[in-house]
Design a protein around this ligand. Sequence first.
Ligand SMILES: [Zn+2]
Length: 125
Amino acid sequence: MKNRRENFLISGIVLIISGAIFTLAVNIVMGAIAGLSGILCFLIGMSTPTDMRMSPEAVAAWQPSMERLPDAGRFMYRVDVTLDEPKRSTILCGPCGNLETVDGPKPEEYTCPECNRLLWSNEEE
Ligand SMILES: [Zn+2]
């Protein structure tokens, strides 16, 4: 579906540009036909709904590429620690997107319970 939409958009743009060139170089009738077809294609492309959600297959396909990052052995993560007592740390796992809240400040090391990846360990530093 996505490719179909993009094809319409690309055809639309190409035809609009061709229309402009035809108008100048050949004649206004040719230009008008190409231009109108282009606008029509563009409108069809724009009105075709796109599914922005990632399918489970797409997510599964995306994860291995994260592991192949040159910075091997380290995963992206985000830790937010509350300023007020009692302290709580919110950990967002980059590879799987799991959000976990733990009591206390940032732990010494952390393994994501969802994907079992070691996100960080202070012993390494
Ligand atoms: Zn994870």
